[in-house]
Design a protein. Structure first.
Length: 187
């Protein structure tokens, strides 16, 4: 699993958590007899893999199959998330699980939960996010190949506004006018 260049590791299997010793809270498990003996005595906890929203651009997994397959969550920005850039949230954990959390009270409590009045209308744009799968037979010896490839994809994934900025001003105004016209028809 990889969350950043500094935070990559071999992960335990789900069965390792089931056979381990639950510690003070259910998410923290001492690995007592893991499938991979190198992990014996380690503690696994999904909260170990949390990161600040501002730092969460790419995270995911590389399988141990032959050929290895990478499964990545790519997030171009965090504007749609609650809590701002320094809010921590979960990324990936044993499962393998890969998350993209839009609204979360992890590490913050109920203050960040969206609250509505009876009958209140609400709209919010969520995303964009991008699920990326990659594979390379050379990654069997060096899984970092897939991680590095996934990190490069972040910059290929542009938002609609960024794409519009590559269009001439006249054409962009026409596109925006057409979108507005189409949206008013849909409302």
């Amino acid at each position: 699993m990889a969350i950043s260049d500094e935070r990559k590791r071999i992960m335990p299997m789900p069965v390792d958590r089931e056979t381990g010793k639950v510690l003070d809270y259910k998410e923290a498990v001492l690995l007592t007899n893991p499938t991979n003996p190198d992990l014996k005595g380690e503690v696994d906890d999904k909260y170990f893999y949390a990161t600040d929203n501002k730092d969460d651009r790419v995270h995911g997994w590389v399988s141990s199959t032959n050929p290895p397959v990478g499964f990545w969550m790519i997030i171009p920005n965090d504007e749609f998330r609650t809590g701002g850039p320094y809010k921590q949230d979960l990324t990936s954990h044993v499962g393998p699980t890969v998350l993209s959390i839009f609204v979360s009270r992890h590490f913050a409590g109920d203050d960040l939960v969206i609250k509505f009045q009876q009958g209140e209308r609400w709209k919010k744009v969520i995303g964009p996010v991008f699920l990326y799968l990659n594979s390379n037979s050379s990654a069997m010896d060096n899984p970092t190949i897939l991680w590095d490839d996934a990190k490069r994809r972040h910059y290929d994934f542009s938002t609609r506004i960024q794409r519009l900025n590559r269009v001439s001003t006249t054409r962009r105004c026409w596109i925006l006018a057409k979108r507005k016209q189409r949206l008013s028809v849909l409302d």
